[in-house]
Design a protein around this ligand. Structure first.
Ligand code: SAM
Length: 275
């Protein structure tokens, strides 16, 4: 099982909330109220970030079903207390338990989950949403783009050979099996949009990049350390160059000399017949 520790989820939550494509939330909120929807299922809930974002933005939620397999996160989810609606926390492995658990939902949502899943799992999920006539909101799927920029606003840093090596290694690692079969990684957002359209849904796919500067240095430190580790496993003969690269990038960012943008996409899919 792929673990995402509490500290990491806590670090990313405000950045995720800021990055989300607000136009999609607005459109969903209108459709939600117009249809009189009331039940949300959140897949791979972590510690509840997606609920905390949607709470108050969707009118009169009656039920939040939170599905999560990590027992540490489940313990925190049990303490989540939204402004409206009861919370049902389900400890389940989404990869092995049927996603048809979404039947009773008006909205099926997930934050930072879709890039972990396989195409066949996603096809089953989209089919289950379509059978239920449920809307879908899948946010913060990594899209394979990372860009370092000069903080002075004088443009992008030219990608070095190490930048390219790291990005290729990371994007290939994104496709590693995370428990659902070969992962979609950076193709998750566009693949989900295509599947929902084929099922007759109206869809909106919007960028939701992380824009990270010195104030986010703690998250960047962890992110770059992870990238360094992945790249070093692909190119063990460049371990020391990669360590220097990582150190330089983190120091430059913390000192305010560079920023980094990490691409994500948000997808909203509204079922046929919904206005
Ligand atoms: C990147 S985290 C995102 C968590 C949360 N949605 C957020 O936005 O902070 C992915 C979450 O999916 C959960 N997850 C991954 N695979 C899962 C599976 N097979 N069944 C249930 N949950 C899973 C992880 O435990 C983790 O909490």
């Amino acid at each position: 099982m792929e673990r995402f520790d509490d500290a990491w989820l806590t670090l990313r939550e405000p950045i995720d909330h800021r990055a989300r494509a607000s136009a999609l939330t607005d459109r969903l909120s209108q459709a939600w109220s117009a249809a009189g929807w009331s039940r949300v299922v959140d897949l791979g809930s972590g510690t509840g970030s997606n609920l905390r974002f949607l709470d108050g933005r969707l009118a009169e939620v009656e039920e939040w079903t939170l599905v999560e397999q990590d027992p540490d996160h489940v313990a925190r989810l049990r303490a989540v207390s939204p402004t409206s609606g009861r919370v049902d926390v389900q400890t389940r492995d989404l990869a092995s338990s049927a996603v048809e658990g979404v039947w009773s939902a008006h909205l099926v949502t997930a934050s930072a989950l879709l890039d972990l899943v396989s195409k066949s799992w996603l096809e089953t999920l989209v089919g289950a949403c379509a059978d239920a006539g449920a809307a879908a909101l899948f946010v913060l799927s990594y899209d394979g783009q990372v860009g370092w920029e000069r903080a002075s606003g004088t443009g992008s840093l030219e990608a070095s050979a190490l930048d390219t090596l790291v990005l290729d290694a990371v994007n290939s690692d994104q496709q590693r099996d995370k428990g659902f079969g070969p992962a979609l990684g950076s193709l998750a957002g566009v693949t989900a949009e295509r599947l929902f359209r084929a099922a007759g849904y109206r869809t909106w796919l919007e960028p939701s990049p992380w824009r990270l500067a010195a104030t986010e240095a703690a998250l960047v430190r962890r992110l770059v350390a992870g990238w360094q580790e992945v790249a070093a496993s692909v190119e063990p003969n460049q371990v020391s160059e990669l360590a220097r690269w990582a150190d330089d990038r983190v120091r430059s960012l913390a000192a305010g000399h560079v920023t980094v943008e990490v691409g994500h996409v948000d997808l909203l899919a509204l079922p046929p017949g919904n206005r």
